[in-house]
Design a protein around this ligand. Structure first.
Ligand code: JD8
Length: 272
């Protein structure tokens, strides 16, 4: 039994190509995931097929109507058991690798894509009386609607499904994996290399050609620690069981450090 994903949106066309290609498209072709993409306007009742109205209490923009959303979700859920309703919103709980893994283990997910100023708050409240409802955010920036967030979540979930990858074990060891190489847990991935050995005068790091697997693992951990310190200093405090070499690498990267604003100064690849 695969995963059933329903998506409710005023822009069903938005999903057509992304869900048809790559890992997700192949998983869908095999039946490991099945998708239903539903046009919310199908449940609109007036001649203009309106799905929004002015906000109570005033303020800018429009709010999505609870009656239209209620009818749509009721019909799509159909009284069947086991569904979780996921509502993307910038005020939701963070979408993490851990949440992706929990969603990948569910039989059924329904994603409700808001637009405008969002969906009337009573919809989440009403649905929560029947099924689990998660309000989830994919990050601290503001999108115009939930559609892009749903694509992000579906891709993160889809690649964790049994049978979705050619190499089923390679889903675990990336940045944030946690199920892969335990030595890389909680660290960002360092750089990776392929042929040719020399490109535009740049050599692949010698150790990677050495065949010395312990030295390669140590080098990769060094690079991961450096990158994590530079890009995600917030992750360093959570690291456990640091050995002497780890502490040496982190010290060279400026940790531990008391810094008024948390981020290291300088560095070649800082955003500017
Ligand atoms: C859903 C409407 C836009 C939200 C006013 C204009 C997620 N990480 C994230 N950032 N933004 C969203 C997101 C934004 C959405 C909707 C998700 C529906 N908007 C609204 C309220 C404030 N803007 C998101 N996940």
């Amino acid at each position: 039994m695969g995963l059933r994903i329903d998506i409710v949106t005023i822009f069903p066309e938005y999903f057509h190509s992304p869900l048809g290609v790559s890992l997700i498209g192949k998983a869908a072709a095999r039946g490991d995931i099945t998708f239903g993409v539903h046009d919310l306007r199908r449940w609109a009742t007036d001649v203009h097929h309106s799905v929004d109205d002015v906000p109570f209490g005033g303020g800018p923009g429009m709010v999505m109507r609870p009656d239209v959303w209620g009818d749509a979700l009721e019909e799509i859920l159909g009284g069947g058991p086991g569904a979780t309703l996921v509502i993307p919103t910038p005020s939701g709980v963070p979408f993490t690798q851990d949440l992706a893994a929990r969603y990948a283990a569910q039989p059924r997910l329904v994603f409700a894509c808001g637009r405008y100023e969002g969906i009337d708050g009573r919809v989440a409240e009403e649905m929560r009386a029947r099924i689990p409802v998660d309000e989830v955010s994919i990050g601290d920036y503001v999108l115009a609607g939930g559609e892009a967030a749903v694509l992000v979540m579906v891709e993160a979930i889809g690649r964790l499904l049994p049978g979705v990858l050619g190499n089923a074990s390679s889903a675990g060891d990336d940045s944030f994996g946690g199920e892969g190489d335990p030595a890389m847990r909680g660290l960002l991935e360092g750089p990776v290399y392929t042929r040719p050995r020399a490109w535009r005068g740049r050599e692949v790091p010698e150790v990677l050609l050495s065949g010395n697997h312990a030295a390669i693992a140590r080098w990769r951990r060094d690079m991961a620690l450096r990158r994590t310190a530079a890009h995600r200093p917030d992750l360093i405090a959570a690291l456990r069981d640091l050995d002497h070499r780890d502490r040496q690498v982190l010290a060279e990267a400026g940790f531990p450090a008391e810094r008024a604003h948390g981020f290291p100064v300088g560095g070649e690849d800082m955003a500017h």
